[in-house]
Structures are given as C-alpha cells and as structure tokens.
Design a protein around this ligand. Structure first.
Ligand code: BGC
Length: 775
C-alpha cells in the first residue's frame, strides 16, 4: 500500500502540484525540448496573472528587443574588488564609463560583485535619469558567508546543527551587503556534496539531505529577511547550482555528472525544494552536465521539473559563462546557438558572456526564438526588481551610510558562530580544555598570520579584520610568557630549520597546540584534490613533535573532510577548526581554554582513506553487506585494506561534558498510518562541565519497493545539559518523515518495519524496531 504525500516535512513539497507529468518524456522529446523551442513550453498567462501592477506590462510593451535583451544581461561590475575579480576567470566587462553607457543605452540590467556604495549610486542615477525607460539596476553579489564581517565557511556553520544561527548569520550578511547597495545574493549554495575531493563542498552544508534542506531554508529566510524583500536590508536569495553540481565525476570540479533520476529526487532535489518553499526568488543553473545534457541546456530540469512540477515562477540565471560553455561541452556549435539553446531551455538571464545581449534580438527577428519567451524572461527580471522595491525606490539600499568597514556590530555573532561550528573530534584523557596557566607551544604554518581564517569566497571582507591566533592566545593566557610560537613549515613546503625551531619552541612546554591542515586556498571553486590528506611537510612536523612525547592538541584547518595519518590521528585531542571567519582566533581560544564548549557535529563523514571517496553514511546495504562483527569475511562489500566505515562519522562531535545515552524508547513501536509515534531517549551528562548535545534520529526502512539507505537522518534536536543533569529528549514521528521516491518517482511510504536509532552520530547506537501500520 502506498500514498502520495505532498506535505513533506523539511525536504519540501513542490509548492504547486504538477499538472503535467514529464516522467515519461522520451529521449527524443527530451532532446527536442532541450534544444528546440515549442510554444507550449511558455506560460504567458500565468506570468501575466502574477503581475500586480500594470507597470511591468507597460514597460514590456514599450521596450525594444535590444532593451529587453539588455535586461536579460548581468555583467561583472567594472568597479569590483581584486578578490571579486579573482574569484572567476577573467572576463571583459568594460570600464566604469563603458558600463555607464551600456546602462544609458538599456543594454545592461544588472551587475554583480561591485562593492562600493558610491559607485552603485552613480550607476543607479544613470539608469534612473539617463536611460530611456528608467528601469532601475539591480546590484548582485556572492555574499556566501558574510560581507565584511566573515562568518564560518558554510560547511563549518552547518556543523552547528543550529538553524537559528544559520538564519541569523545570513541576516547579518544581508544587512551589511545591502547597506553597500547589493540587493540580490548568489547564495545559498545548497549542493549536497558526498565526495570530499570536490573543493566546493565548503560552500554548502555537507552530505546529508535533511540537514542540507533545513539549512537551505534557514539561509534563504535570513537573506530575504523573512520574505519582506522590499525592505532596505533584504536580499533576494539564489539557490545554486541547479543541479547535482556536487556529484562531479571523481570529485573534479565542473566535470560531468551521470546520475539516476532517483538520486536526483532523493538527494539533490530536496534542498532546492526546501529553499523554494522558504521563498527563494531565483535559481542558478549548474556548470555540469547531467547524463549528457548540460544543466544550462536542460529543458527537462528547468521547464519540466522546476517550473511545471514545482511551480517555480522566479528567475533562472546562468552561472557565469555557463551559457557560452555549452560550446565547450560539445552541445552548441557556436555562441549564437549556445544563446538560443540556453534561453529556450529555460535560462532567463545570461551572466558575463553577453550572449543574450548579442544574439537574442536577431534570434527573435529570424523566428528562432519567439518574442513571447523573451517577454516571459524580461517579466521575471522586472518582477525581481519590483519585489526588491526598486521601482518604488531605486535608492532603497543606496541611501547610506554603508555599515562601516570592520564594524563591531556583528562581531559577537561571528564569535558565537565560530564557537558553535568547531567540532571536537577527539579529547583523550580530557586534555581539553586547557588551563590558562600552562606553558603552551603554538606551532603551525598559519599561527602568526591573519590569513587562513576566512576561507574561500571572501570577495568583500579582508584578512586584515582577523587577528593571528598567537596574539589572542598570548593575551588569553595568565601570563604572556607562557606561550612559545613557531611556524614549523609552510602549508605545502618545509622551511629551513623549521622543525628544529618548532622542537625548541616545544622544549619547555607542557602542551603543544599544533595547527595544521589545508590553507584556505586548497578548497573552493576549481580546488579539487585527488588526495585529501594533510600535506606531507606538515605531517613531518607532526611526527617530529609527536616524538617529544608531550601532549598534543591538533587544531585541524580544513574545509572538507580529511584523511588523518596515524600521527595526527594519535594526537590526544583534535579540534576541527575549519575556517571560522573574522572571530576565528578568539573563538578558538574560547574553546581551547574552556570559556566556551565545543558543540559542533560533523556534517560530512571523515573517511579512513582517500580511496573511499565518494563516501557518506547514508549508503545502501548491497546484497552482500559486510558483517560488522567479521569485517574480513570474503565475498562481502568490503575493502582488503580498510574498513568501509568512517574514521569519524557524520554527526560525530564531542563536548566537554560526558554524555551517556540510555536505550531508545518507542512505546509499543506502532506508528499508525494517520497518527504519530513518540520516540525518546534519556541522556545524562556524567561530566563536570555543561554540554550542548545534538541528539540525532535515524531510520532504516527494512523492506521497501526501492532499496533504502542503511541509515537516514530524519530529525535532530539540540539540548543543553548542566553537569550531572539528565533529560529525556522526545521526537514525534509521522509517516511523512519516512517518504522516499517510489518506483515511478512519486513520493511514497510503505507500511512495515523500520529500524530507529536515537544516537550521537550516524554509526552509533542500538537500533530499535518500529512498525508503520497499514492504512
Ligand atoms: C560560481 C557561482 C558564482 C558565480 C559568480 C561562478 O564561478 O560557480 O557560484 O555565483 O561565479 O561569481
């Protein structure tokens, strides 16, 4: 027995039930709809009905084809900071005066990654006073994890398992960015990432569908100011990258993706549905192809799934030169055809390539593109501007003053976010927290530096706003002379005498704090790695320090999961310190010395070896699952040279408390078809310090018409427990949390037995059985 359920919790139901099913599109239809336009793909009636004021209709009527193509064009701002320019391949965007002229001529509807209020104001003035139709510009930007005040890289922040925090940091980022004139954010990035070789996992929320979906929604709410988009401090959010960008073959950025429809439905679509349900106004196409059809030319994805099935009415923007890249994909034989394919497949606005501006007017005149499709896309751009309040007040984010550079306003939030994002992987003999009167040797390539704190995608902030860890630690200790400091080596290279200096710094120390891992340039766009280990020079440094026999605290710098070699893995304590932003050093010291307690949990699995990639906890059993009690048994899904489990599993993270779980309680275990079941667990903090524990609810559908993961997170709750305190954590389970995409891709749930865990991570706990009753 099965049911189609539309009110999916968290992972989001389509908000307009599909009227047309395209499940059975033949390959031929698929190809046709991807490469050729047919009028029936348009929804002009629907679009017209959406327009509240007649303003947009009148404008569209008055616009020339060239002006329409201009509105469908977004370009990198001529006035951009060096990091913004360096974040993408070089593009010929024109000088400031050339861009002003394009605005005057109605040839440019938007620019992105400009950062200067004054310049934005000037460009808006040109649009409002010197262009024929006085259509306001919209200024966009990549505000990924903070504008000037930098918050932890998004992956790190996901480790907080704190949705309210994710919303608050997004809100703060939007407030700062909007004060500089930015109204449209190319964030959140919500790609599920299960291959740690891929460098862009740092921008998302990790491997899990539920966590990723909840965080996606929280960030959208934060950026968009809870939907009140015309307020001066709200930004329109963009869900990116549609879709499955994180599934790149071999973890190689931009590489092809070949995925089943089921993987799309169960893993890669849900965060997008959640983001749309939270009100996200725009979606960005992904650079990758999916099973042979590049996302920028994929009419099935954009028109059939996003628009028809999910009812999305907002704008779809290309990713940078993604439309032009159809040529390199081998999908279009030149720029004109690339523009036609991308536009007809559903990309409304072209970023950077200029192809729409250049070719759409002619494509319409030649009859290859209907003008109605152009009007549909222009309407979406104008609606975006209208929603942002730009028609009513084009200067609503430009009245200043811009929130001052290095403003203290959001520092406490940045510190809180950094504290909550670090993950304590290991703490043997309760080495942490350290007492402030111990002699400490602080060693590592970045310990005296302001670099390697912010992480990637910082276009508007600066390392100058951070403080070196050595400075903060010196002033945190009871006496500054308790600290000795050495670099030891560079991130990727030994330095002359580096190890000797480190050993001598460690000679009289009680504890070594060793900060090693990746530099911030080792993760991000185009930063794939084949090995996900700590670079050798740093491992040599770790080995030399381990030989001293002194207790070692490793602070791991990374924006992906790493494989830790024996020396590092044997350190007494390991704190995953990521790239935590402006307040990284302060928060790190807060945690090291016990002024704050670690509470982060891994949003990605740490594998045992590189070769396990892609690795994540929600795997399928296979027909020959490995026997945990006998992992060496032959003819089982096992490796010869390692266990196929995590070194540190998804959800893992220690606290300074000592949390002990009781058995999960599920009453009689019966979940009525239309009812609910309470599952609860008693946890007690047997330690001497308070702790925030994230209790995780996992299930496994024992028998289903489509095989299900060995575990799947369906809920989590954080509770604070004082020393010695005990509490019962209760979850309500309903059948809509057990949904999966069925044989024909409708969301279904089937009666029968489920395993359930209430556990501190994805590999812990004892399963109890529950039963979903038949209808
Ligand atoms: C990235 C996008 C980003 C765009 C604009 C691209 O390279 O993939 O995520 O929004 O550049 O900077």
């Amino acid at each position: 027995m099965r049911a189609n359920i539309r009110d999916m919790q968290d992972i989001g139901a389509p908000y307009a039930p599909p009227s047309v099913s395209n499940r059975n599109l033949s390959r031929r239809q698929f190809f046709l709809s991807a490469t050729m336009f047919t009028g029936i793909l348009l929804m002009p009636q629907q679009a017209l009905a959406r327009t509240k004021s007649g303003r947009i209709d009148s404008l569209i009527k008055a616009m020339t084809l060239e002006e329409k193509a201009g509105q469908l064009t977004i370009m990198p701002a001529a006035f951009a900071s060096a990091p913004a320019t360096a974040a993408n391949p070089a593009a010929v965007a024109g000088t400031v005066e050339e861009q002003a002229q394009q605005i005057r001529d109605g040839q440019l509807g938007a620019v992105f990654n400009g950062f200067n209020l004054e310049w934005h104001r000037k460009m808006q003035k040109v649009a409002m006073e010197e262009s024929r139709l006085r259509i306001p510009m919209v200024f966009a930007g990549d505000v990924i994890h903070g504008f000037r005040t930098i918050f932890p890289v998004p992956l790190a922040e996901a480790a907080s398992f704190d949705l309210d925090l994710a919303e608050r940091t997004a809100r703060a980022a939007a407030q700062e960015a909007a004060s500089a004139g930015l109204a449209w954010n190319f964030a959140p990035m919500i790609d599920i990432a299960r291959d740690q070789r891929w460098g862009r996992g740092t921008e998302g929320a990790g491997e899990d569908v539920l966590l990723g979906s909840r965080i996606a929604a929280a960030r959208v709410r934060g950026f968009q100011g809870n939907g009140d988009l015309n307020r001066h401090d709200a930004m329109m959010a963009t869900l990116k990258h549609f879709v499955a960008y994180g599934a790149a073959e071999a973890g190689l950025d931009y590489s092809s993706v070949d995925l089943s429809r089921r993987a799309l439905e169960d893993v890669y679509f849900p965060p997008f549905r959640a983001g749309l349900n939270a009100g996200a106004g725009t979606v960005m196409a992904a650079f990758n192809e999916i099973s042979g059809i590049p996302a920028h030319g994929n009419s099935w994805l954009m028109r059939d799934i996003l628009r028809r099935q999910w009812g999305f009415e907002g704008l779809i923007v290309s990713d940078y030169t993604g439309d032009a890249e159809l040529i390199d994909h081998g999908f279009a034989d030149g720029p004109r055809e690339a523009a036609r394919i991308a536009f007809l497949a559903g990309v409304d606005m072209s970023m950077t390539s200029g192809l729409y501006r250049e070719h759409l007017p002619d494509l319409v005149r030649s009859g290859e593109v209907p003008e109605a499709r152009v009007d549909e896309a222009v309407r979406r751009v104008l609606e975006l501007k209208e929603k942002l309040g730009l028609f009513d007040d084009p200067y609503n984010r430009l009245n200043g003053p811009a929130i001052a550079a290095n403003s203290p306003a959001f520092r406490p939030l940045a510190r809180e976010a950094a504290q909550k994002s670090a993950v304590l992987l290991k703490n043997d003999n309760a080495l942490l927290p350290l007492s402030k009167d111990r002699r400490i040797a602080l060693i590592g390539p970045s310990v005296e530096s302001q670099e390697d704190q912010n992480g990637s995608w910082i276009l508007f902030g600066t390392p100058k706003d951070t403080t070196p860890l050595s400075d903060v630690m010196r002033r945190t200790l009871a006496d500054p002379t308790l600290l000795t400091v050495a670099r030891g080596c560079d991130t990727n290279a030994a330095i002359d005498g580096g190890i000797e200096t480190a050993l001598s710094a460690a000679k009289d120390a009680d504890v070594i704090v060793l900060v090693i891992g990746e530099s911030e340039r080792m993760a991000g766009e185009s930063k794939s790695r084949t090995t996900i280990t700590i670079p050798q020079p740093q491992r040599d440094l770790a080995a030399a320090l381990a030989a001293t026999g002194k207790p070692i605290v490793v602070i791991l710098k990374a924006a992906r999961a790493l494989v830790l070699d024996d020396t590092v893995a044997k350190a007494d304590a390991i704190l995953l310190g990521w790239f935590l932003g402006t307040e990284q050093s302060q928060a790190t010291c807060d945690l090291l010395f016990g002024d704050a307690s670690p509470s982060g949990r891994l949003p990605i699995s740490f594998p045992r070896t590189d070769g396990q990639q892609p690795f994540h906890y929600a795997r399928k059993a296979s027909g020959r699952p490995v026997i945990p009690a006998n992992p060496d048994q032959e003819y089982r899904a096992r490796y010869l040279d390692t266990l196929h489990t995590a070194a540190f599993p998804f959800g893992h993270g220690l606290t300074y408390g000592n949390i002990v779980y009781g058995p999960a309680q599920v009453g009689n275990g019966n979940l009525p078809w239309n009812g609910q079941l309470e599952a609860s667990v008693s946890i007690i903090n047997k330690g001497t310090r308070p702790a925030r524990e994230v209790v995780q609810l996992y299930i496994r559908d024992r028998v289903a018409s489509v095989t299900q993961p060995i575990r799947r997170l369906i809920d989590f709750q954080a509770v604070n427990l004082g020393a010695g305190e005990e509490c019962t954590v209760r979850f309500i389970i309903r059948r809509d949390q057990l949904l999966f995409s069925g044989v024909d891709y409708d969301m279904v749930v089937e009666p029968g037995a489920f395993d359930l865990w209430l556990a501190p991570n994805a590999e812990a706990g004892e399963a109890v059985s529950i039963q979903l009753a038949a209808q």
